[in-house]
Design a binder for this molecule. Structure first.
Ligand SMILES: Cc1ncc(COP(=O)(O)O)c(C=O)c1O
Length: 387
């Protein structure tokens, strides 16, 4: 079976994890600090704070932005459910906005009608790695004092107006889940522009303590720590950070390979009439974290049928991005019309794309898509032949 993704892990990551274990320090310690510094430098962030997941990163980002009960936060429904859930964790109300068909991201046009006197933040997702247009959303939000938290879970290695995604945000959250380009198993990072905000993030991830466990360990004198506010255990381990440091060094290679394979997919699939595919927006580049395609309204097969026939052909694909408002967890949560979100979530799917993927494997995926899509004879035989 061709998997939808396979992390690019090897001997180097195994050796780094093993060295962390041998060092005797496996909880949050020097390797986490090193990973944070390397991440901040690679992605143009002033400060980077490692946490246990991107979900935790989003939760903390909303807390330090002082979002709470009575506040509204505009989010895309078309996102992994953690985006909306983070708003619920802080007691605020997610307000679902529709997205753009080409980028799958929020735009000023979809956000603007939802602004109210209670709107305190927008979570701007770079969906599937496609950068969202931060400047456009900022010109809408800045005059009203609305905070933008960038959910860059999928976007490490993408660029926005010539800079790494997240570099322009006050607060941005990244994921290191194995479905993302660089992985630590589970893990996340929140980047911040303001050092005092970063200090609070560090405190909140570690039970609200004023001195970290690592600092206490290094001190020659006994240190009595104090708990300044109610925090969380959102720490990353040094074993994860050791793996992350190796993965971070591979980011350019990972992005280059994915972009080459994505170009090849686009060429090979371009003859299927009406098929939409993920692409770079005019203002940035995507890391192609997920290669999504969207079936036309009159496709000869439905999305779920296509997923089934791909599985029968040995190809593990996935449905496209979910829509939170359609899940039971959000039943009864009122929202306006979300027509583009509903089209995208019903008609799109994610094809396999991973660093080690061979052209032969990619041809097998393309051939399976074409065969299934030409079932009703709407695509000529020649178009259905993989070159
Ligand atoms: C847009 C988005 N936000 C948040 C998350 C949550 O990331 P994590 O699994 O690291 O908590 C994901 C994970 O898929 C995601 O795609």
């Amino acid at each position: 079976m061709i998997p939808v993704i396979r992390p690019w892990l090897g001997e180097e990551e195994a050796a780094a994890a093993s060295a962390a274990v041998a060092s005797g320090w496996i909880a949050q310690g020097p390797r986490v600090a090193e990973f944070e510094a390397a991440f901040a430098s690679a992605f143009g962030a002033a400060e980077a704070v490692a946490v246990s997941s991107c979900t935790a990163a989003l939760h903390l980002a909303l807390l330090v932005a002082e979002i709470g009960p009575g506040d509204e936060v505009i989010v895309p429904s078309l996102s992994f459910i953690a985006t909306a859930n983070a708003v619920r964790y802080v007691g605020a109300r997610p307000v679902f906005a529709d997205v753009d068909l080409a980028t799958q991201n929020l735009t000023a046009q979809t956000v603007q009608p939802l602004l109210s006197s209670r709107t305190r933040a927008v979570i701007l997702v770079d969906q599937a790695g496609v950068p969202a247009d931060l400047d456009e959303i900022r010109s809408l939000c800045d005059p009203c004092g609305i905070v933008i938290v960038e959910d860059a879970a999928c976007a490490a290695g993408s660029t926005y107006r010539g800079r790494p995604v997240g570099a322009g945000a006050e607060l941005a959250a990244f994921s290191f889940h194995p479905r993302k380009l660089i992985t630590t198993g589970e893990g996340g990072m929140v980047t911040a522009r303001d050092p005092s905000i970063a200090r609070r993030l560090r405190r909140l991830r570690e039970h609200g303590m004023d001195v970290s466990a690592a600092e206490r360990h290094l001190s020659q004198q006994p240190v009595i720590e104090h708990y300044i506010e109610v925090g969380f255990n959102f720490r990353m381990t040094d074993i994860q950070a050791a793996i992350g440091l190796v993965q971070l060094r591979k980011i350019a290679q990972l992005v280059a390979r994915r972009r080459a394979l994505a170009d090849r997919y686009r060429q090979l699939l371009s003859s299927i009439p009406g098929l939409r595919m993920i692409e770079d927006p005019g203002y940035g580049t995507t890391n192609y974290q997920s290669f999504w395609i969207m079936l036309p309204d009159d496709a000869p097969v439905g999305r779920d049928e296509l997923l089934r026939s791909l599985a029968e052909a040995g190809v593990s694909a996935r449905r496209g991005i979910m829509a939170a408002h359609l899940e039971s967890a959000y039943a009864g949560h009122s929202h306006g019309p979300l027509p583009v979100t509903e089209r995208l979530t019903a008609q799109s799917l994610i094809l396999p794309l991973f660093h080690q993927m061979t052209e032969a494997e990619q041809d097998q995926v393309v051939s399976a898509v074409r065969t299934s899509m030409s079932q009703s004879g709407s695509i000529s035989r020649s178009a259905a032949t993989v070159r």
